[in-house]
Design a protein around this ligand. Sequence first.
Ligand code: GLN
Length: 314
Amino acid sequence: MKESIQDSIQSTINELYQKYLPCLEGYTANYIPELAHADPHEFAIAIAMVDGSVFHIGSELKNFTLQSVSKPFVYGLALEAFGRPYMLSKVGVEPTGDAFNSIIELEKQSHRPYNPMINSGAIAVSSMIKGKNTAERLDPILKLFENYVGHSVNIDDNVFQSEKKTAHRNRAIANLLKHFQIIDGDIEESLDLYFKQCSLLVNTLDLSFLAATLANGGIQPKTKKKVLNPESARDMLSLMFSCGMYDSAGEWAYSVGLPAKSGVSGGLIAVVPGKMGIAVYSPLIDERGHSVRGVKVLKELAHRYDLSVFSNSH
Ligand code: GLN
C-alpha cells in the first residue's frame, strides 16, 4: 500500500537516518586529495516539496562541494543560451555504461562526448560558457546556482586547487576534446571553470532545492523565482535519468526509477517530477562514485512510496 508522503516523510527519514548512520561502507574520494579528508560520519537527508516545505535530518547545513551534481545544471544553462541543435552538435545524449571519468567516451564519427553527465561531456559544456577570463565566465554559473538555492554561493578554494593539481586524467580528456575541435580556446581556462563549478559549496538543504526546482518545472519552490524554462528542466531530467548514474544508470532506473545525479564528494539528488526533490549527503562513496548511504536511502524511499516515474499509482 502506498503511504501518503507528506504525513509520514519526516518519520520515515528519521528512521532511515538511524538505520544507516552506523553504515560505514565505502571510502572518501581520494583522487582529489582534499576530498579524502571528509568526515565519514557526516550524513544528512533533505526533501523539498514543490510547495516549498522541507523535511530534513542530520547535518543538513554542513557544507561540501557540488562535484558532478553540478553537471546537469550547467548543461541547462548552456542549453538555454545555445539551444538544442548546437548542444547536440557538441555533446550527445547517449548513456555509456562506463565510468564517469572514462577517457574514451567520444563517439566514433562526430567525436562528441556521449553525454554531458560524464566528465568529457561536462568539460565540453563548461567550455561553452564564454567570457574575458575565468572570473567572468564563472559569474553566470554562480548566479545560476544562487537562483537554484536561494542564497549566495562560494567556491571551496582548497578543493579547487587540490583537483587542479591532480587532474591529469581530466586534462587528458580536455586535450582530446580540443584535438577534435569539440572545445576551443584555452584548455586550462576551461578546466579551471569546470573545477570551480565542481568546487561550489552547498549543503544538503541546497541540494534538495536544486532537485525540487527541477521537480517544479524550473520554478524555485521557496523563492518562486523562475530559474529556467520547463522544457530545459525536462531535458535535464531526461539526461539525469539515462546518464546521471553513469555505469549503474540501468540498475538505478530499475531499482529507484527516478532521474538522479551523484557527486564524488558524497552528494546525491533525485527528482520526483511534479512532487519533490530528494537529497542525501554522506561522503563515503562506492566504486562508481555514488554515496553509499545515499543509494541505500533512495532505494528504500523509492520502494516505500512507489516513487518510480513509471509507477501507475500516482
Ligand atoms: N570534479 C570531479 C571530477 O572531474 C567530479 C566527478 C564526480 O563527482 N563524479 O573528477
